[in-house]
Design a protein around this ligand. Structure first.
Ligand code: AMP
Length: 577
């Protein structure tokens, strides 16, 4: 098949037996084509067939069962004929998934007026009960609470037309098999049954045989990751002196901008300090404390899901039992106590074939712990430089520029329809007095000041990333690295170029190793400051190195002098970068 023909062969939503009200929502969500699981499931499900589907999260399986359910609801129960006996029931293993599915069904079902209620444990039953009394078409539930409400007469299953078991393998793993069977036994024989599972162990097959009638089977293979290929979780470490961890984390997260992240801290005090630092950067961060009741935790997780919060900051203890399946990032403010704890934490991302990112801030004394994790998992953890103030400023300007561009285009398209808010007249007034470019620049600066963008005046010393297997001596706490004396037996050299010239630790290592008798291994701690850098080398090699470098050396294309540090170590500190 040639490339030109391909689009013609891709299935289209409009070819599926779905009414316009549903197609409109799908189009609004920007879905271009049905995913493979949707292309295979929607027709048989609309026809009322049972279905056994093997598909993981991220394949579009929610729409694969929700759209047919909504089509049949609209077809079989016109809005005026709907009562309080639900048409469809979706069972999910966790309340987080229940909320996520309910949100999707509500969205897809807007045009057909579907009333969706979510019921799950760990929250008061009263409001869920009342929601069910007010009339419902689709109930999305975790099994335990569904049974509870059924037994109390609040959840009617006698008029059910379709039941979906979502992530059935997870539900069985969580010990819900009896609950599921009780619920299925309470549904009419005539109802449609749909079972989705990421894996197909024997117990799932048995369940399917018992409850599905001549099901259509659909299998979407997850792409196997060939050995040696990049792992699903991108793992990055940032080497920073311990005293600068929180400040560095703020920069890293501002640059990375996770959609939904959990930030692990060692202590409650750290949780509060980190939350404050991140909030001050305009990131939406919320602390999660161990003492919070379930309702409060649910609300916080819900805010993360809806995008009102981007970052949950927590200790391991506070995060226990938190099953958030939408996380994009796991962030370690501190290196976890053990390799196993690290692996457990990052197991929260990259699930079911999705991409995930793990970020860890590492003080020099903990580099060996990161290497131990690499050995345990067999997966690399890359060290990356902390974004500089200049990097962040550039990124911020880029975002402002994109937002302005979008707004300008919107305003152009919107001519005449908006009310006159006086802005245009005010700008015209200023432009008569000042250069319009200056007016615009002042506006952007005011905006940035108002949004609280930090100026990152604090210098975060750069520590050279160590090679695999290399262990550095722990540093004393307190006091910036630049002010402590060099280690015994070493001497410190002053390099008259720094971050402002784009100098990185590897450039210094390269220059020294190229032009003197030193090898990379001999070179100790390197600190890059704004306009200078400091590097430690063995005392016995110092004279020799300085002789070789007498005429200067070239760093980043610039002639640079290297001499013994005469105690000017702090000269550049405190300056804005
Ligand atoms: P799911 O596997 O149901 O959790 O869906 C994964 C993600 O894919 C969700 O964010 C859906 O909104 C999105 N999605 C579902 N179907 C499509 C589609 N046909 N085209 C693009 N995105 C989709």
């Amino acid at each position: 098949m040639s490339e030109n023909e391909q689009p013609l062969d891709l299935p289209r939503f409009s070819d599926l037996p779905l009414r316009d009200e549903l197609l409109r929502e799908v189009e609004e969500l920007g879905y271009q084509h049905p995913s493979p699981i949707q292309a295979q499931s929607i027709i048989p499900l609309v026809e009322g067939r049972d279905l056994l589907g093997q598909a993981a999260t991220g394949t579009g399986k929610t729409a694969a069962f929700a759209l047919p359910m909504l089509e049949r609801l609209a077809e079989q129960r016109p809005e005026q004929a709907r009562g309080d006996a639900p048409f469809g029931l979706v069972l999910t293993p966790t309340r987080e998934l229940a909320l996520q599915v309910a949100e999707a069904v509500t969205r897809y079902g807007r045009g057909v007026g579907a009333r969706v209620v979510t019921v799950y444990g760990g929250a008061p039953a009263g409001p869920q009960w009342r929601a069910l009394q007010q009339g419902v078409d689709v109930v999305v539930a975790t099994p335990g609470r569904a049974i509870d409400l059924m037994n109390r007469g609040a959840l009617r299953l006698d008029a059910l037309e379709t039941v979906v078991l979502d992530e059935a393998d997870e539900m069985l793993d969580m010990g819900f098999v009896e609950d599921i069977e009780t619920l299925l036994d309470a549904t009419p024989d005539t109802r449609q049954a749909v079972l989705f599972s990421a894996t197909m162990p024997r117990r799932i097959e048995t369940l399917a045989q018992k409850y599905l009638r001549e099901p259509v089977t659909v299998r979407i293979r997850r792409e196997a990751v060939p050995e040696g290929e990049a792992p699903k979780v991108r793992q990055t470490a940032y080497l920073v002196p311990r005293s600068h961890t929180t400040a560095a984390l703020g920069r890293v997260l501002e640059a990375e901008r996770p959609t939904a992240a959990i930030v692990f801290c060692r202590t409650r005090l750290d949780v509060d300090a980190v939350t404050e630092t991140l909030t001050a950067r305009g990131l939406r961060a919320e602390a999660l404390h161990g003492g919070m009741d379930q309702e409060h935790r649910t609300r916080v997780v819900e805010r993360l899901r809806s995008g009102r919060t981007e970052l949950l900051v927590a200790t391991d203890v506070a995060a226990r039992g938190l099953d958030i399946d939408l996380l994009t990032h796991v962030v370690n403010h501190d290196v976890p106590q053990s390799s196993e704890a690290y692996v457990h934490r990052i197991g929260r991302v990259g699930r079911a074939g999705r991409e995930g990112v793990a970020i860890t801030l590492v003080p020099p004394s903990k580099v060996h712990a990161i290497r131990a994790v690499e050995r345990l998992t067999g997966q690399p953890i890359e060290f990356a430089p902390v974004p500089t103030a200049a990097d962040l400023r550039a990124a911020r300007l880029e975002r402002t520029s994109a937002a302005l561009r979008e707004r300008l285009v919107d305003d152009l398209l919107d001519t005449g329809s908006g009310t006159d808010d006086g802005v245009a007249a005010m700008i015209a007034g200023l432009a008569a007095e000042f250069d319009p470019a200056d007016v615009a620049a002042a506006t952007v600066r005011l905006l940035q000041a108002a949004t609280g963008a930090p100026d990152d005046a604090e210098d975060i010393p750069v520590v050279a990333a160590p090679r695999a297997g290399e262990r550095r001596e722990p540093r004393g706490r307190g006091g910036a690295a630049g002010t402590r004396p060099p280690k015994a037996g070493t001497t410190r050299l002053f390099v008259n170029a720094g971050r402002a010239s784009g100098v990185r630790p590897q450039d210094i290592v390269g220059a020294l190793a190229n032009e003197s008798s030193l090898s990379g291994r001999d070179i100790g701690a390197i600190q890059i400051h704004e306009r200078h850098a400091l590097v430690e080398i063995p005392e016995h090699a110092a004279d020799d190195v300085l002789r070789s470098l007498r005429g200067g050396t070239t760093l980043k294309g610039r002639r640079t002098n290297i001499r013994r540090d005469r105690g000017f170590a702090t000269a550049g500190r405190g300056r804005r970068d």
